[in-house]
Design a protein around this ligand. Sequence first.
Ligand SMILES: C[S@@+](CC[C@H](N)C(=O)[O-])C[C@H]1O[C@@H](n2cnc3c(N)ncnc32)[C@H](O)[C@@H]1O
Length: 255
Amino acid sequence: MPSVQTERSEALAAAAGSAEKRAYVRSVFSQIAPRYDLLNHLLSLSIDKRWRRRAVAALRWDRDPSGVYVDLCAGTMDVANELARKPGFRGIVLGTDFAEPMLRAGREKIAARPVAPMVADAVELPLRTGTAAGAIVAFGARNLENLDAGLTEAFRVLRDGATFVILEFSMPRVPVVRSLYRLYFHYVLPALGRLVSRHPTAYRYLPASVDSFPNEEELARRMTRAGFVNVRVTRLSFGIAAIHAGERRDTGATR
Ligand SMILES: C[S@@+](CC[C@H](N)C(=O)[O-])C[C@H]1O[C@@H](n2cnc3c(N)ncnc32)[C@H](O)[C@@H]1O
């Protein structure tokens, strides 16, 4: 049986992007899947629901309500559900994730919705180039072993003019809010998370992965480097989370 110290080191190494990150992330989410939704809403006091609504609005799906939309790293499909339930939405949402138990845990909420769960890696989507009317990833980008490969893959599947949205944790800038938040994120959340999820490291990995994720400016730069234009950032709840949105615009030359 691995010691607590070994488990901690595994979580921290995974957060830092070691070669084992993909396997670690997939195994953690597969294990915590049945309690993921409960923990999400509990640990964020349900603010996460509001953040997802804002992120879906940033997708500007109303420009093409009949299109194919991709929810990357969909997990239990809260985002896919949020989009599919919108009055006027007539398209389809592909809820893609590489941890099948996460998709299974969200099955009931999308039962009567135009959502198709799909087991797929975000860096290798089984979709043709230029087919999606929009793509969104909520709290998934930080988990990718290779962020740039994920951005490039999202760009590939989008069609000209389509929007890509990233909702991810960030860091408050006001020092006192930042200190309080770090206290909660690094001490209270891992303890509560461990108790409810019964997973030894999942909720230690969460703050560590946020710490090692690019800041807002850097993420915007990386999106631009992947080909997205008009990249804009919206800070949420004192900067605890942020929405990045950008567009694919073809200039004539195909990538
Ligand atoms: C924190 S959860 C977010 C789930 C959901 N989007 C939400 O808003 O609650 C991260 C999800 O990303 C998935 N994931 C991480 N890396 C992935 C990859 N390379 N390909 C597909 N899914 C991935 C995990 O399996 C997990 O379900």
